[in-house]
Design a protein around this ligand. Structure first.
Ligand code: SF4
Length: 416
């Protein structure tokens, strides 16, 4: 049997897609050893110019341990760079996102092929990924209808479309009956779930919560405009994790406009205050150093961050992606300046996180993920990390910590 090795670049969605392909191999053997592979499937990422270069370098041979294997390109890079790599004969074949589930047949092709498919397809396989024995990530949708200036995703993953609700619920039922208690919903633009199916995130959440065994639900990320009244009504439900990740991307209205975002600072502030008033921790994504972020815009932006009830941040320094509107915008922000802004932002939110933990260190509901030498790690309902000492085996257990000690970057506690 021929052996196939998967090389995955990029985000969690790509890792899910690799799992879809792996699950479809029937006449081939999966190998984790690149050197013995007959075929290498490169599940590529194209999110920035840097990501393209890494994929190209791998395909070109540098960094690849097995130069004799057939290389097939899959993933987002197929849709942006696939044609040129194929024409240059750098890869034996190219497949688009919609072709993933046919991989077992495609791998049998003896002639070079370019099978890009379309960007409307949604896989019938719903992939789960497990952390320990009690937390599962479930991918519920694909694609995005937004057109943020810096982002290439809609043109390589297509518009938003949802997995069938019945399939998602069946999957969750199965996992819950096998002991999984926490579910994390993911996708490219998770909050757009349901708009093509006469449903909504709120409806899905309500249905999920009725499944026996579902104890806590987290949502990967939401856009501010996706949080409607129907969703807000669920904020007091006991099964909602008390942490929401709401992607703001910036806090200067000038920058939000340049980025072609659909949110504005004033409404973001009101929304976040409303959610925080219900006891929620709130995380966000934030891009610093996007073209046009002059000193005035940045000073206003960081000052505004100080007013937001944020507890977590994923800060990114802008990185150019050709064929996006942002790529030609001027003036660009110098790398060292973007780095300094990144640092200022993360430090500010770190302080906010510490203040939040000082106010929320009691009655923490912790799902333990892993442990070693009597030290265990997990996250509480606010998505804050906690380190617990115990001589019991706590792996994958739910425990309540009545009073944790708040340290600089995490909480700690003893559990007997
Ligand atoms: S919301 Fe914006 S940043 Fe996110 S995937 Fe869609 S276009 Fe890209």
């Amino acid at each position: 049997m021929k052996k196939v090795y998967f090389k995955t670049f990029g985000c969690r969605t790509n890792q899910f897609d690799t799992q879809v392909m792996m699950s479809k191999l029937k006449d081939f053997e999966l190998t984790m050893n690149e050197e013995e592979a007959d075929v290498i499937m490169v599940n590529s990422c194209t999110v920035t110019n840097g990501a393209d270069s890494s994929v190209r370098a791998y395909i070109g041979g540098s960094g690849r341990k097995n130069p004799h294997a057939k290389v097939i390109l899959a993933g987002c890079g197929s849709h942006s760079k696939g044609e040129s790599l194929f024409e240059e004969k750098k890869v034996f074949g190219v497949i688009g996102h919609s072709e993933k589930e046919k991989i077992n047949d495609i791998l049998k092709y003896e002639q070079p092929f370019y099978q890009i498919g379309d960007l409307k397809h949604i896989d019938s396989t719903i992939i789960e990924e497990f952390v320990g024995k009690s937390r599962a990530f479930i991918k519920i949708q694909e694609g995005c209808d937004f057109r943020c200036s810096y982002c290439i995703i809609p043109s390589v993953r297509g518009d938003a479309r949802s997995h069938k609700e019945a399939d998602i619920l069946t999957q969750i039922e199965k996992l819950a009956s096998n002991g999984f208690g926490e579910f994390i919903l993911t996708g490219t633009n998770v909050g757009s779930y349901g708009q093509d199916q006469n449903s909504s995130m709120a409806k899905l959440l309500k249905r999920m919560s009725m499944i026996r065994g579902v104890r806590r639900i987290r949502i990967g990320s939401l856009e501010p405009i996706q949080i409607d009244d129907e969703f807000k009504e669920l904020l007091t439900e006991p099964w909602m994790a008390k942490h929401l990740h709401i992607a703001l991307q910036h806090t200067s209205d000038k920058m939000l406009k340049l980025m072609n975002r659909r949110n504005e600072f004033q409404t973001d502030l009101e929304l976040l205050e409303e959610i925080a008033s219900k006891g929620y921790a709130i995380g966000t994504d934030y891009i610093v150093g996007h073209p046009g972020e002059d000193e005035k815009a940045w000073c206003e932006a960081i000052e505004r961050v100080a007013h937001l009830p944020l507890t977590h941040v994923h800060a990114f320094s802008y990185s150019k992606r050709d064929n996006t509107p942002s790529a030609t915008m001027k003036p660009e922000v110098k790398g060292n300046l973007a780095k300094a802004r990144h640092k200022a932002l993360t430090e500010l939110v770190k302080e906010k996180n510490l203040a939040f933990r000082k106010a929320h260190h009691q009655n923490l509901e912790v799902l333990i993920e892993q442990g070693q030498n009597e030290i265990y790690h997990g996250y509480d309902q606010y998505f804050n990390k906690i380190e617990i000492s115990s001589n019991e085996d706590l792996t994958s257990n739910w425990i309540t910590i009545e009073n944790a000690t708040v340290k600089g970057d995490k909480n700690v506690a003893n559990y007997e």
